[in-house]
Design a binder for this molecule. Sequence first.
Ligand code: DP6
Length: 362
Amino acid sequence: MLDYTNPQLIIDSSRLEPGSVTWRSPSNLALIKYWGKHGVQLPRNPSISFTLNNAFTETTLRYSAKQNMGKEIDLTFLFEGEPNEAFGSKVEKFLISLVEIFPFLKQLSITIDSRNSFPHSAGIASSASSMSALALCLCTLEETFCATLNEDAAFDQKASYIARLGSGSACRSIFPTMGVWGETLEVSGSSDLFAVPYIEKVDPVFKTFNDAILIASRDEKSVSSRAGHELMNQNIYADARYSQAKQQLHYLLEALKVGDLETFGRITENEALTLHALMMASNPSYILLKPNTLTMIEKVRAYRQDTKQPVYFSLDAGPNLHLLYPDSIKEDINNFITNELMQYCQNGEWIADMVGEGPIQL
Ligand code: DP6
């Protein structure tokens, strides 16, 4: 069993020069959804996602030898340059949970400054980009202080493992193009503990796929993903769902391999609607979709029927619609969005995103 606890990862504080590290890490969009977990952030089924490009978090971690010995973790947290207590206490708890993996955290004064490329509270899942950016910063600290992560694959695996502990979906953001998280015989090397890159068996058409994020509502979600996962433990459809996810993964991987857009679209849309069906069938039941989400879904299906163009939708755990389409029809879809969909977006807001190259250190 993989064990990253390591009491040797400590520093000689008397010689520590202050420094900083910055990572930009993207969000991701799951095609096969992770919904339901057990143990310490372990998924009930394997999932796969597109790594995005334009929706990202940039996190700078500054460090110096610890001043405030009274606190286990000496952290100042800034969001977009301003102190943010809600995010700060979440990150502090997370760092405390990591001290056996990164014991040097107890020896530092740390300032974390995080900002998102997408508008604040646009209803876009930010935990994937923010937790992956933070995990990457922590692994760079380890490499800087201890030179124990100089191999790329080992670095990425550990970053993905740490990101998973922060937020499950975040572990997939570490990799370019696509990431698979959760043990499955379909993908060699796959694990419940970290995601693995998935790129070789993907037809080129998907490597430049577009994802237009249509903001149906900027409101904060009424039920968090964390609470949603929890409700799966009593959901009477849970077992059927987990086997469905495994089956759909099989057919999706085949479609990705051969560039079968129609199968890709059918499975992707089914996964999105299943996710929301599970929420509606939870006890207590809840609905995150908005009337405008449904209107846009109907418009997309009608447009596809009329034009025969391969444009499909997905959803995160929220009301915003992700439009997925190949780059070859980008212009037509831009027109479709402007003419028919934008009016159903809050303040006409939508974000043009696409499959990306994964995180970069700045
Ligand atoms: C619907 O990763 O946000 O986006 O592990 O509790 O932080 P936690 O949950 P989170 O759940 C994401 C759920 C999803 C599907 C997915 O990304 O696979």
